[in-house]
Ligand binder design. Structure first.
Ligand code: ADP
Ligand code: MG
Length: 254
């Protein structure tokens, strides 16, 4: 088997005295989809934020291929990366949040292109070509010129997914992308995510959508109080959990 795309080893994260993640081991292979499940406060968002370098871990390590994320080796010692250098590693990841956070004063197309123009310094024509391709991919080709306020929540989240895809990240991180949506709009966002998964995108998904997780995931990790308490095939974890914590969580979600 090839080396994993992302590998977390014995990751610990504290906020002050509060240990939020501890002993986290996880391997995400290229093309794999892993869902992170668990009760509120179990550390799911923090883990994604550590991968994406929005938070710095306190011990252990997270690698993207051979690169140690958030640190650089100087004189044989790992030093935390300066903020500027983190952005160079962040390009491996596209992140989609619960709140879509689109720029209200930019159109759907401009929202998707903004990063390509500003960060990657692409020409307007080049960025727009990519932007239109991605809006089409999320089913919004006809909304390119619309401002976020004129779009439904589901449409806004699909624009946010297109925006995250624009710089061609190797891994997509989703943090409860449908939790802020009215129930009737959840399906259209899950459909886009399912298509991405089917197209071979490597994805780490925090979600409470159990049926979706079961359908698209190669593996499911159940977090509780900052630890992975159960990991395995979705069928196994979601229908026949082994630990008491996992049983209680899965039963509560039914
Ligand atoms: P989840 O996404 O599973 O609901 P989070 O990762 O958001 O959980 O939070 C895990 C724990 O870390 C919670 O107890 C939360 O209050 C705490 N936490 C998260 N972010 C911070 C922060 N910036 N400062 C202090 N505590 C935090
Ligand atoms: Mg969260």
């Amino acid at each position: 088997m090839r080396a994993p795309l992302v590998r977390a080893r014995d990751v610990e994260k504290r906020f002050g005295e509060h240990t939020v993640l501890s002993g986290i081991d996880l391997e995400l292979q290229e093309g794999q989809v892993i869902s992170l499940l668990g009760p509120s406060g179990s550390g799911k968002s923090t883990f994604l934020r550590c991968i994406n370098l929005l938070e710095q871990i306190d011990s252990g390590e997270i690698r993207y291929r051979d690169e140690v994320l958030g640190f650089e080796l100087r004189d044989g010692v790992y030093h935390p990366l300066a903020e500027k250098r983190k952005s160079r590693q962040r390009v491996h990841f596209g992140m989609v949040f619960q709140q879509f956070n689109l720029f209200p004063h930019l159109t759907a197309l401009e929202n998707v292109c903004e990063g390509l123009r500003v960060v990657q310094r692409q020409s307007r024509a080049e960025a727009e070509e990519r932007g239109r391709f991605l809006l089409d991919r999320v089913g919004l080709a006809d909304k390119a010129g619309q401002y976020p306020a004129m779009l439904s929540g589901g449409q806004q989240q699909r624009v946010a997914i297109a925006r995250a895809l624009a710089p061609r990240p190797a891994v997509m991180l989703f943090d409860e992308p449908t939790s802020a949506l009215d129930p009737e709009l959840v399906g259209e966002v899950l459909d886009v995510m399912r298509e991405l998964a089917d197209a071979g995108m490597t994805m780490l998904i925090v979600t409470h959508e159990m049926n979706f997780a079961r359908e698209v995931s190669d593996a499911v990790a159940l977090l509780d109080q900052g630890r992975i308490v159960e990991f395995g095939a979705p069928e196994q974890v979601l229908t026949d959990p082994q630990s008491e914590r996992a049983k209680a969580f899965v039963n509560a979600m039914k």
